[in-house]
Design a protein around this ligand. Sequence first.
Ligand code: ADP
Ligand code: MG
Length: 238
Amino acid sequence: MGRITLDKVTKSFGEVNVIPPLDLTIEDGEFVVFVGPSGCGKSTLLRLIAGLEDVSSGQIRIDGKDATDMPPAKRGLAMVFQSYALYPHMSVRKNIAFPMKMAGLPQDEQDRRINAAASALNLTAYLDRRPGQLSGGQRQRVAIGRAIVREPSAFLFDEPLSNLDAALRVGMRLEIMELHKRLDTTMIYVTHDQVEAMTMADKIVVLQAGYIEQVGSPLELYHSPRNEFVAGFIGSPK
Ligand code: ADP
Ligand code: MG
């Protein structure tokens, strides 16, 4: 589970076309990074997949099913935003439980998933704290925990580490990659950071102005960039 296909997907806001016809296949279990400069359409693309925006035309398939008009909650995906998307007035436990509560899961199942997520993310000792009493890295782990308990077929990350300082970012990248290995789930990770793309991805999708410039493994892009844009973008240090 976790195969996602985009077939001639477009998105316009009013007169402005942000995503021209775009085809893309993400295989089950892949770690895919969307990378490109600010404003190139990375978040829009992720929001289309999540169902937070409607496509203007084209089709999105998830696990073989037409998901184009499916509401977000039905898609089996979980989106991870930056850490400030937590509810400040709720404990860590309640933040993590929130999507399960909305879905009406039985309490014992909620507790089982919370404990499993907390233990996977080293949050067991912090379940009764509020987000304001946590470090940036811990807050980001809570946001990931809230996604894990939904047991999604794919995780969608939108620049999840951009609020963290450089040292913490390195550690959190490793944690997310470790989690990918352990859960064996599709992950789509949006960043404007080339280093993040090169170190984390199985497959990189390089975007410019809504167009896919190239899709390939980090090594393929490094050794055989298709054009100057890809070469410059992947080659130049941040
Ligand atoms: P990125 O995440 O790569 O920085 P975005 O997907 O946020 O880029 O934005 C791509 C383009 O779409 C930008 O030019 C942005 O201004 C425009 N855009 C995004 N969302 C909207 C919206 N809701 N209404 C109008 N324009 C939008
Ligand atoms: Mg964005």
